[in-house]
Unconditional design. Structure first.
Length: 127
């Protein structure tokens, strides 16, 4: 086992923890971790992230399912849409240069952060 392996395990632990606690997709951690930390090309990082997210999502999903924190009908429909979207997105991603993918990913993260900041402000108590 190398230091790189240990760092990858640590990244997986962080991604899994954040996925389970605040519901983010592991890709939000895995992709920047690989592109910035390991200098892996964006397309390779995305593909690796998608493969690594499978067990993370399954375990987190089962845990929340057991606790009653899942709307099954919504999960099924989003899963069907997600499978189709992932297949189409992967076909597109392999044709787009990595530098463009990295910029699109960064823009998505910034937009997501902005939306969360703006829409999830605590509301003052009503009199």
């Amino acid at each position: 086992m190398t230091w790189g392996d240990l760092v990858a395990i640590a990244g997986g632990l962080v991604a899994g923890f954040l996925s389970g606690t605040i519901g983010i997709g592991g890709g939000l951690v895995f992709v920047p971790f690989m592109t910035i930390g390991f200098r892996i090309a964006q397309p390779l990082a995305q593909g690796t992230s998608l493969a690594a997210v499978i067990p993370t999502a399954v375990v987190g999903g089962i845990t929340h399912l057991r606790r009653g924190n899942v709307r099954r009908d919504a999960a099924i429909w989003m899963g069907v849409g997600g499978v189709v979207g992932a297949a189409v997105g992967a076909l597109v991603a392999v044709e787009v240069p990595g530098s463009i993918l990295a910029r699109l990913f960064g823009a998505f993260l910034l937009f997501s952060a902005y939306r969360i900041l703006v829409t999830e402000r605590p509301t003052p108590p009503q009199p």
